[in-house]
Every structure is written in structure tokens, then in C-alpha cells.
Design a protein around this ligand. Structure first.
Ligand code: ARG
Length: 579
């Protein structure tokens, strides 16, 4: 169900009948003021300008041809040539009852599913996951779920940093620990600490740096012993990430890992091909691509190094190989990559070179979706009190502890088990929603108090709205699954809710096209707020309420609850019957 699309088709047909070209944009949008109708079509303005005719006269002509029988209760010409559309309450109720019977909430499944490769999370296994990886992980997962809900086929690609020179130092250190009879799991229980120890030895200990470099050479040369040690290291590190994915309710699994190491054998071929095509050239011993398209203001091309002078490959080489693999082997129609904004230049370079080299055909979409940083209350990048990086695991634990205290205060009668379950959903939900609801590309301030508030656009507010609706069903003694008919719209609050409920597909499409889960967050917040106003204005279970009115309002509640639950599920946030 996409009202905007339906109205666009109808208005366009009328425009064509009125003599306008087929490619005219009807410019249908949701009205921002109720007295301008529910939807507006403003396309006549632009069309009239092109034809140099009077827009109001043209609009009147379009109106003559506009057939919205049954759909609209009133269509009017306004201002210099706007068309205001008031939707019929009867038609809206009818749409709701068909949407209520559909387990996809009326969201049409895509006629032709796209193959979408989504590259997200991608922590570096040398270290523990920190807050910087939170954004990539949860924004990526929300977009993945939205794509799947819409019927696209998603191939998750967790491009983990599991390769590179830093592993030399880590393996040398691990090998010493194992020699001293330490168990790998214990030695690597705190990766941050382990990394620090190895780094100190690398910087200060006589001979250690050489051994580390030796390990790098052996690792790249495929030495079996060394690979075994490396495998052990990354296995344990992956387990740390898996714990976080589970806590965060993120859909990534081990099968989705396609780390940097997976491209290792292909890198020399990538270079050979770039050289053979004349795209890459030798420059001071290194191999580089000069990108004229990205020249600076002095006309100097941007320099993209694909192989270092010592022969080593780079992050860039791996990403070129990944382009080829994803479009060639995985048959991607579209590739989406989520990293922080500092990598924007890198991905722009990768795309240009990959397209020229034929690794990324024209028709394959390549969207690097950058995001801003998480800031502390002081407006500086989010850090621990002592200035260290905040471990994601600790941050999430703290969220649950804080949520537990909050829930306990509100519900002193809950036992510990109930509290733990709710606290987990509320705490993790709060962290995720606070992040997901922000404009993706801006930096945002991390603040415990606002994210855990029961007011405003927060997870607790939405979860609370959901559980309040559940308590109505409990009081009424009805099963919400059965409430799929009897819709009727009489009050303005009911109409506003009906419209909102029927706009889900439109919102999801925007989320998918622009990779902006914040639009879904806004939508759910608006839906919950409309519900709160409806609840104030329209009694449901009060004595003396007409039975058909009660049924209609209960059905509306059921559809709101379903939509909140499904919407939050796309964000990877759980709801609960009671909170
Ligand atoms: N591991 C990288 C980081 O932590 C992110 C990788 C993103 N994906 C890619 N194809 N380069 O910054």
C-alpha cells in the first residue's frame, strides 16, 4: 500500500489527459497542514512554468480529468494552482482492513528482488570492538532488515580487519604466551590489554620488532604453523564480536564474515590487471593509480596507492578485490558500505578505479554510506573518563544496569528475572534508538539521561506505548490477532492514525534508498505520539461506548501495536507486553 504512489499515478493520468507530457512530475506529497488536505499535488506549478501558461487555469483543467472516486472525499484547487486531496474516511477504513490481514502490514513485496550486498560492522580483530563500530553495526543491520522486509535479497558481508602487519606483533606475543603455557582464551580475554602489551614490547624490547616482522612475512607466505596461530587468534576475537552482536540483537553470524584475509590470494591479480590495463603505474617503486577525475584545484590528480614499494598490499587493494568479488561472484545489483565519514575519500577512489578497471559494471550501484561520530557531553569524541576508548561491551552492560534501576523504580513488585529481561530490552533498545534516530551523517552527543527517558523520541517511550496498548487488550479480554476488521474512522485523531499506518511502505522505501533508519525512527515516534493523543481523545473501554465504535478502536489499536512492533523489529529493538 503506497498512497503517494497511487495518487501520483492518478494525478499524472489527469495531467496527461489535460495535454501535459507523460514525464510530468505530479509532485504529490503529504500535506503538512490538515486544512490543505491529506495530500497535495503541486506538479501543475512546474508544468505551467515550462509551458508558460497560467497555473491556476491548467490546474482546473487537470482537476476536470482527475478521477478519485471512492478514494477522496474532496479535491480542491488552492492558491496559484495547488491540488489538495482530502481522503475518504470510508476508503481509509477499507485500506486498513486489508492491511490488517496482511502479515507484511500491507507493504508490497518487490516485483523483482534486488541482490544487495551490505558491508557493515567490520571491526578490526586485532582489538576489541569499541563504540566506533556501534554505528556501522546497528545502522547497517537496520537497513538490511528493511531491505529484507521489502523483499530484496541481502548478502551480508562483514569485512573484518583480520589481516595486516599488526598481526605480526600480536602473533609473536601470543606465541610467547603459549610457550609459557598460557591458554589462548585466557591470554586473549582482554584484547585491549593484549594489544597494549604487544605494542610496548614492539616499541621497547630488543629483537621483538624483528620477530614481529618475521611473523608478517611467514603469515603472508602461508606458513602453516603461523597460520594456525593466526586462526586461533582471530577465532577468539570473532567470539568477542559475536557476544556483542547477540547483545545488540544484530543479525550477523559467522557465515557473514568475509574478512580482509579472504582477498589475500587475489591481490596480486588485481595489481596485474591494473598494470595490464595501464591504469596503475610504477611511481617511486610503488604502484599507483593517478585519478584525474579527482584532481585538486591545481590540476594535480589524486594519488591512489595500490601496492607499496616493498611489495605490500593495502586496504585499498583489498577493497578493489572486494568490488570485483561482489559484483562478479555475488552478482550484486547494489553494494552498500557503512563506515565512518573519514573513509569517504577512500571509497570514492575505490569506486572510480573499480569502475574504470571493469571490476564494477555501470549498472551495479555502489553506495558508501558515511556516518558521523559519537560525542561525549563535552562535545569531544566519546571517551572514558580517563580518555581511553570506550569498549562496546562495557557500554552495553552499563545501559542494562541503568535500565534495570529505572524499571525497578517504576515497578517495585517485579522479581529479578522479570527485571533483567525488561532491562535488557530497554537498555539495549535505548542505546540503539538514540543512535539510529539521529541524522546519519551528523555527529551526535551520547547522553544516558535523554536516551533512557520515557518522554520524547526514545526506545522506552515507544516500548511503553506498545505495552500500554497490550494492557488495553488484556483489560478488554480480546486477542489482538483477531482484531482485523470493523475499522471505522470518525474522529480526526483516528484519521491521522489511519493515514500514518498506511504510510509505512513509503517510509521504508526512503530508508532503503537513502540508507537512513532515522526516517523509520521518526515515523514510529510520530505513530506513538498520535496514539497517545488518540487515547486521550477517544475512549475505548468506557461504559456506554457503542459496540461498533469500541470494535473499530480496538482494531485500530491492534494495527498500531503491530506496526510499532514490526517497525522496532526492523531496528532490532524488542518490545514487551508489560514494562
Ligand atoms: N575495518 C574497517 C574499520 O574498522 C572497516 C571496513 C569497512 N569495509 C570495507 N570494505 N573497507 O574501519
Amino acid at each position: 500500500m503506497n498512497i503517494k504512489q497511487l495518487l501520483s499515478e492518478k494525478v499524472l493520468a489527469a495531467m496527461v489527459a489535460a495535454g501535459l507530457p507523460e514525464d510530468t512530475n505530479p509532485a504529490v506529497s503529504i500535506s503538512n497542514r490538515a486544512n490543505f488536505g491529506d495530500y497535495q499535488a503541486n506538479g501543475v506549478m512546474g508544468a505551467a512554468k515550462k509551458l508558460k501558461t497560467n497555473p491556476r487555469e491548467l490546474a482546473a483543467k487537470v482537476l476536470e480529468h482527475l478521477d478519485l472516486t471512492d478514494i477522496a472525499s474532496k479535491v480542491e484547487l488552492a492558491g496559484p494552482g495547488f491540488i489538495n486531496i482530502h481522503l475518504s474516511e470510508i476508503w481509509l477504513a477499507k485500506q486498513l482492513s486489508s492491511v490488517a490481514k496482511d502479515n507484511k502490514l500491507g507493504v508490497n513485496q518487490r516485483a523483482i528482488a534486488q541482490n544487495v550486498v551490505v558491508d557493515y560492522s567490520a571491526p578490526n580483530l586485532a582489538k576489541e570492538m569499541h563504540v566506533g563500530h556501534l554505528r556501522s553495526t546497528i545502522i547497517g543491520d537496520a537497513v538490511v532488515r528493511a531491505l529484507e522486509f521489502r523483499g530484496d535479497k541481502v548478502i551480508r558481508q562483514n569485512h573484518m580487519g583480520d589481516w595486516g602487519t599488526q598481526f605480526g606483533m600480536l602473533l609473536a606475543h601470543l606465541s610467547d604466551k603459549l610457550q609459557a603455557n598460557e591458554v589462548a582464551e585466557t591470554a586473549l580475554a582482554d584484547l585491549e590489554n593484549f594489544y597494549r602489551e604487544a605494542k610496548v614490547r614492539f616499541d621497547d624490547e630488543e629483537g621483538f620488532a624483528d620477530r614481529a616482522r618475521d611473523y608478517v612475512v611467514k603469515l603472508q607466505g602461508g606458513d602453516a604453523e603461523c597460520l594456525k596461530l593466526w586462526q586461533q587468534f582471530i577465532d577468539i576475537s570473532i567470539t568477542h564480536s559475536e557476544d556483542i552482536y547477540q547483545k545488540l540483537n544484530v543479525t550477523l553470524t559467522r557465515d557473514d564474515i568475509m574478512g580482509e584475509s579472504a582477498y589475500n590470494a587475489d591481490l596480486s591479480k588485481v595489481i596485474d590487471e591494473l598494470m595490464a590495463q595501464g591504469l596503475a603505474v610504477e611511481d617511486q617503486g610503488a604502484k599507483v593509480v593517478f585519478i584525474e577525475e579527482m584532481a585538486n584545484k591545481d590540476g594535480e590528480p589524486s594519488v591512489f596507492i595500490v601496492q607499496k614499494s616493498g611489495g605490500g598490499y593495502l586496504y585499498a587493494t583489498t577493497d578493489l578485490s572486494a568490488c570485483r568479488y561482489r559484483s562478479g561472484e555475488l552478482n550484486a545489483d547494489r553494494i552498500i558500505i557503512f563506515t565512518d565519514a573519514r573513509q569517504a575519500l577512500h571509497f570514492k577512489q575505490v569506486e572510480i578505479v573499480a569502475r574504470k578497471a571493469g571490476f564494477l559494471p555501470e549498472q551495479v550501484g555502489y553506495d558508501h554510506c558515511p556516518f558521523g561520530m559519537m560525542m561525549g557531553d563535552d562535545g569531544k569524541p566519546f571517551k572514558t573518563r580517563t580518555g581511553g576508548t570506550v569498549k562496546l561491551a562495557e557500554l552495553l552492560d552499563e545501559a542494562v544496569v541503568r535500565a534495570k534501576a529505572l524499571i525497578k523504580e517504576k515497578n517495585p513488585d517485579y522479581d529479578d528475572e522479570q527485571l533483567d529481561e525488561i532491562a535488557h530490552k530497554v537498555g539495549i533498545g535505548a542505546v540503539k534508538f538514540a543512535d539510529l534516530s539521529k541524522n546519519r551523517t551528523s555527529d551526535y552527543v551520547f547522553n544516558w539521561k535523554t536516551m533512557l527517558s520515557f518522554e520524547g523520541a526514545t526506545a522506552p517511550y515507544l516500548q511503553y506505548a506498545y505495552s500500554r496498548i497490550q494492557s488495553i487488550f488484556a483489560k478488554a479480554g480480546v486477542d489482538p490477532q483477531q482484531l482485523t476488521s470493523g475499522f471505522a474512522i470518525n474522529e480526526p485523531q483516528e484519521k491521522a492514525l489511519a493515514l500514518k499506518l498506511l504510510q509505512l511502505e513509503d517510509v521504508l522505501d526512503a530508508v532503503i534508498n537513502e540508507c537512513t533508519p532515522n526516517l523509520l525512527c521518526n515515523y514510529l515516534y510520530e505513530l506513538a505520539s498520535l496514539y497517545m493523543s488518540f487515547y486521550e481523545a477517544c475512549p475505548i473501554l468506557k461504559d456506554g461506548i457503542d459496540d461498533s465504535v469500541k470494535q473499530a478502536r480496538l482494531a485500530l489499536c491492534a494495527q498500531i501495536a503491530k506496526t510499532l512492533k514490526q517497525g522496532l523489529d526492523i531496528l532490532g529493538i524488542d518490545v514487551m507486553e508489560r514494562m
